[in-house]
Design a binder for this molecule. Structure first.
Ligand SMILES: CC(C)(COP(=O)(O)OP(=O)(O)OC[C@H]1O[C@@H](n2cnc3c(N)ncnc32)[C@H](O)[C@@H]1OP(=O)(O)O)[C@@H](O)C(=O)NCCC(=O)NCCS
Length: 192
């Protein structure tokens, strides 16, 4: 059984993962939400105005009352640069799926691997999940690389499973890590 604790702050070497505030709207809009390069393989389209971002954050912030709502803004060098969240949670089978995105000025510096690694630890250690999954468009290999670097195993590809913002059907690859893999990995980290 899962023990929900909601979106609690998580600190890593370089990052603070914390709850969104409505005041984060301008930073979120400027740094990633307005950018079609960021949303190319996502389920949503770029925001048209900071007001649109603000309205979304009002909804998200209201959700923090729910103990099973997991949605962090990523703070790096005091700037809000991206988002990582649990996009699906299965109470009975005790698994969670992660989604993430970040402003392109910050790509390829190991930041999402650091954020996702910390959230995965939180979900296994604190919430008690048995499995964490990540899925991504095959055309977006950087996302799969984050999953691999966090210790997830490639589990297969569903063909044309997702229709992108650009209107094309994309193949989607699945990665997963189960509790015993995570425990073995944690043991190795502790030995190192
Ligand atoms: C996907 C995303 C979250 C990655 O974040 P990030 O902080 O750049 O990730 P990291 O730096 O931790 O790791 C990226 C890895 O992908 C690799 N990579 C990036 N682009 C790549 C490409 N086109 N082909 C192969 N590998 C690629 C990088 O080299 C790096 O691997 P390495 O450390 O072994 O060199 C970020 O690019 C993003 O927000 N993209 C837009 C939103 C998105 O696509 N989200 C995921 C939806 S499933």
């Amino acid at each position: 059984m899962l023990t929900h604790k909601g979106t609690q702050p998580i600190k890593t070497e370089r990052l603070l993962l914390r709850r969104f505030r409505v005041e984060d709207a301008q930073g979120m809009f400027d740094n990633w939400a307005k950018d079609e390069k960021v949303t190319r393989y996502l389920t949503w389209t770029p925001h048209e105005s900071p007001e649109m971002t603000r309205q979304l954050l009002e909804d998200w912030c209201a959700n923090y009352e729910k103990p099973d709502y997991y949605n962090w803004v990523i703070e790096f060098e005091k700037k809000t640069i991206g988002n990582i969240s649990v996009v699906r949670l299965d109470e009975k089978d005790e698994w969670a799926e992660l989604g993430y995105c970040m402003g392109c000025a910050y790509w390829n510096r190991g930041i999402m691997t650091e954020a996702a690694g910390a959230v995965i630890d939180y979900l296994f250690a604190e919430i008690g999940v048995n499995r964490v999954g990540i899925w991504h468009a095959v055309q977006n290999p950087g996302s799969g690389r984050v999953a691999q670097k966090c210790g997830l195993t490639f589990e297969g590809t569903r063909r044309e499973f997702f229709k992108s913002n650009a209107g094309d059907f994309l193949d989607i690859s699945y990665y997963g890590i189960i509790r015993r893999d995570w425990e073995a990995r944690r043991g190795k980290r502790e030995e190192a």
